[in-house]
Structure formats: structure tokens, C-alpha cells
Design a protein around this ligand. Structure first.
Ligand SMILES: O=C([O-])C(=O)C[C@H](O)[C@@H](O)C(=O)[O-]
Ligand SMILES: [Mg+2]
Length: 446
């Protein structure tokens, strides 16, 4: 008979949180974004938690795991995950296109819902053996503290949209104010970076591009470099530029840009993996991606063709152990690991910290959207970004515990929404009536 705690329940709680009117190639972030929180309990009384993208399909996938895991000892977590992969609910008709054209309707195929279960089971397991998650995953702990990057965005004027964006909700410092204000210039981006640095101490920045003309965005990169000469600076237009434009822009403004993230993508019958390899040959610029290498099939040609240097292997796309396998391979081959993010709560923030703490090698500072959500924590003991870093707490598992009242409030916010899937064109159409997504046209260039 097993002496190990057994799983007694699985609960899926869809939640929503507030966001700013952030602009990206896919449009404008809506005032509320959705996520799914999974809570797994065992008969020792422990609660394990995980968080993943929102949307009805992902909620359904998570709910389908219940019968597969109830009654099993937590030490069987690897077998439980294997059974979930075999028997869990799946969305049909994946074209295999993935995110190479940033088609957000493909997120449900790219996101691996079982990563949230993996997180909750490892949280329980860590609590059982009384060790932080980073000590029991991958090759074990590689560092005690993880560097995060300051993720900057152009922001639309939410006063011009009849939508419930937060306004004047946080007057505690410059960041609290700046993150809700219209930002469409290089000076505005530098102001945003300074405010973010003041609150969080970031040493590196990433600017989300694909919004203005490439030349304008590179001017913002140059202004950031002048303001923060020691910072690593990255621009991510999500493949909006043509190969020729990406080469020309990088040549002109190259010194300010430490590396480029998905500067170009599929064109003229070539896949994004081929185009990025042409770009690298022409510029020698290090390249990061969360678009062309999001699974094991895509990673093979990407590495064969030397299309990328930095793979942002988000554990929500690869699973926790999958992401760390990517980290080990990249490290052995002299390449670099990092993680991509979408909007998220503090459960994901803790997951990024734990996975990154276990990623071997010289990793790149980790993406997080959380600074845009700060103040909406679901846990009382949420991890903090201080001096640009998150310290791994001396607590077992993820190192955080849900506050069920806060969770219920976020669930009520979710229930107030008609649509649960991300749709960046909805808010965008308030800015440019009739606006339609085009993966080769920056959002405001119409
Ligand atoms: O690096 C990233 O965060 C991305 O490439 C894509 C995401 O869709 C991001 O722009 C977002 O969530 O708004
Ligand atoms: Mg990206």
C-alpha cells in the first residue's frame, strides 16, 4: 500500500485580470485578459497550484484531467502526465502553423494545458519533500536568483475607447501612473523604462514592436540605449518586417540593439525559420524567438539552419521538464535559453522564477508581463521583482499560496466577460475602425 499522499480533488478556476491598452502586431490588448488556475489537493491537506492561458478550450482540457489523476499517489506524477497526454481532451484540427504569423487563434494548439497540471503536481511534490520546485526539476538548482527584463510597450489612449480600462488606479509611483498613459513616442518609451527601472530595478529591456514604422521603433531603441548604455536592449516586432527591411534597419541602428526578437518571418514561400536564417547570415545579429521554434518538430530545422540563438521556451508551450530539456540542449550547443510570456498572474511569475532557476547555462533575462498586472496578485506571498531579479524563496514547491478571496474576485471578473478567448482586434477597432490583422503590417500603419 502506498504511504504517499493521494490526489483527492482537481478544480479549474477561470479568472480575469485588468491590463493596459498595450499595442502589438496583433492589435490592442483588451481591458481584461483571461487565465485558468488549476488547484489539485492531496489527502495530506496540501494544495498544489498552476496557471495557464485562458479560453474555453483550455478550460475544457484542464477539466478532462480529473478522472485521470484522482486517487493516485503524488509520486506518480510523471505517469499521470503521460496518461493525460494519452487520454486528455485535445483541440482538433491543428494546422501545424503555430505562431510563425502570430495568429493568436493558434495559441490553443501551441499552449500545452498539461503544463499547468505539471506545475500543480510539482508544487504538491515539492511540499511533500519540503524542497523548492527548482531543486527537484531538470538538472536541479542552478542559481538562487533570476534576472527578469523590463517589458516595454507602446500604449493606446484608453480615454478614447469606451472600454473598462483601469485609470488612476495606482498613484504610488511613476510606474503606477505611466503604465496607464498613452505612449507612442521614443521619449515616452524612455519615460516608461525609467519608471519601470525605479520600481523594479531592471537592467535589461525589451520593447514590443510591430506597432509603428520600423524606423520609428528603432529610434526608440536608440533612445533607450542612450538612456541605459549598459542595458541589453531587444526589440520584438513579431516578424512584421520584411527580410530586406530587417537587414536595413539593423545595419542603420544596429549598435543600440543587443539582439533582435523575431525581426522577420515567413515571406515569399519561405518559412520563418528560413527567413530568420537569411537574416542572421546577413547581419550576424543574435536572434531570439518565441514564434518559429515552439515545439520539438520546429526546433530541429531552426537549429539545423542556425535561424536562432536564443529560444524563449515558455514552460506553458513546452511543459516544465520540456522547457528545461530545451535549456540543457541549448547550453550544450553554446546557445541561449530564455522564456516568453503573455499576460499572467503571480502563479506564473513564480513558475518562471522556479524554471529559470533550474535552467543550466548563461540564460537571457526572463520576459514577464507581470509589471502590467502588479497589484492584482492572487497569492499573499507572491514573489517580488527587486533589483531586476526574483529571489527563490526558502519555501517548498512554487513557494506561494493562493488567497481564495482574491481568486474568487478574479473569477467573478471572468464571469462578467462575454468572450473568454484573447481577441486583440476588438479594442483595436475602437482606435482604427474596421482594423484587420495583417502579419506584415505594423498595427498603426494603415
Ligand atoms: O514576445 C512576446 O511576448 C510575443 O512575441 C507575443 C505576445 O503575443 C505578446 O506580444 C503579448 O502577449 O502581447
Ligand atoms: Mg516575442
Amino acid at each position: 500500500m502506498s504511504v504517499f499522499p493521494k490526489i483527492t480533488s482537481l478544480k479549474v478556476v477561470p479568472v480575469a485580470g485588468y491590463d493596459s491598452a498595450l499595442l502589438t502586431l496583433s492589435g490592442c490588448h483588451a481591458p481584461l485578459f483571461t487565465r485558468n488556475i488549476i488547484i489539485v489537493t492531496d489527502d495530506s491537506g496540501n494544495e498544489g497550484i498552476g496557471e495557464i492561458h485562458g479560453g474555453d478550450d483550455i478550460t475544457k482540457m484542464l477539466q478532462s484531467y480529473e478522472d485521470i489523476i484522482i486517487g493516485r499517489p503524488i509520486t506518480e506524477y510523471k505517469n499521470m502526465l503521460n496518461d493525460v497526454r494519452k487520454h486528455g481532451w485535445r483541440v482538433a484540427n491543428d494546422s501545424g502553423q503555430g505562431l510563425q504569423e502570430l495568429d493568436l487563434s493558434n495559441l490553443k494548439f501551441v499552449v500545452h494545458a498539461e503544463a499547468a497540471l505539471e506545475c500543480a503536481l510539482l508544487d504538491l511534490y515539492g511540499k511533500f519533500v519540503n524542497l523548492p520546485m527548482c531543486d527537484i526539476i531538470g538538472e536541479g538548482r542552478q542559481r538562487d536568483s533570476v534576472e527578469m527584463l523590463g517589458y516595454l510597450f507602446y500604449i493606446a489612449d484608453s480615454n478614447k475607447m469606451d472600454l473598462p480600462y483601469l485609470k488612476n488606479d495606482d498613484d504610488s509611483d511613476a510606474w503606477g501612473r505611466v503604465r496607464r498613459q498613452e505612449t507612442l513616442t521614443a521619449e515616452g518609451i524612455v519615460k516608461q523604462a525609467k519608471a519601470a527601472q525605479e520600481r523594479y530595478g531592471f537592467r535589461c529591456f525589451k520593447l514590443k514592436g510591430g506597432v509603428l514604422k520600423g524606423k520609428e521603433e528603432m529610434k526608440a531603441v536608440t533612445a533607450l540605449h542612450e538612456a541605459f548604455p549598459d542595458a541589453r536592449i531587444n526589440l520584438d516586432p513579431n516578424g512584421a518586417w520584411s527580410l530586406d527591411e530587417a537587414i536595413a534597419l539593423t545595419k542603420k541602428y544596429g549598435d543600440a540593439l543587443t539582439y533582435a526578437e523575431d525581426p522577420c518571418g515567413p515571406e515569399n514561400g519561405f518559412s520563418g525559420r528560413e527567413i530568420m536564417s537569411f537574416y542572421k547570415n546577413a547581419t550576424n545579429k543574435p536572434v531570439a524567438t518565441n514564434m518559429i521554434a515552439t515545439d520539438w518538430k520546429q526546433i530541429y530545422p531552426s537549429l539545423m539552419m542556425k535561424s536562432v540563438d536564443i529560444i524563449l521556451a515558455d514552460p506553458h508551450f513546452w511543459g516544465i521538464e520540456g522547457s528545461l530539456r530545451v535549456a540543457s540542449i541549448l547550453n550544450d550547443w553554446g546557445l541561449t535559453w530564455g522564456s516568453h510570456s503573455n499576460n499572467h498572474f503571480d502563479v506564473t511569475l513564480a513558475l518562471y522564477a522556479q524554471v529559470s532557476a533550474a535552467a543550466p547555462g548563461n540564460i537571457t533575462p526572463i520576459d514577464t508581463h507581470f509589471i502590467w498586472q502588479d497589484g492584482q496578485q492572487l497569492c499573499d506571498d507572491a514573489l517580488q521583482i527587486r533589483n531586476g531579479e526574483i529571489k527563490i524563496p526558502d519555501r517548498p514547491g512554487l513557494g506561494i499560496n493562493l488567497n481564495h478571496e482574491k481568486l474568487e474576485k478574479a473569477h467573478q471578473q471572468y464571469l462578467s466577460l462575454k468572450n473568454h478567448d484573447r481577441d486583440d482586434s476588438m479594442a483595436m477597432q475602437y482606435i482604427i475602425p474596421g482594423w484587420k490583422y495583417n502579419h506584415k503590417q505594423p498595427t498603426l500603419v494603415r
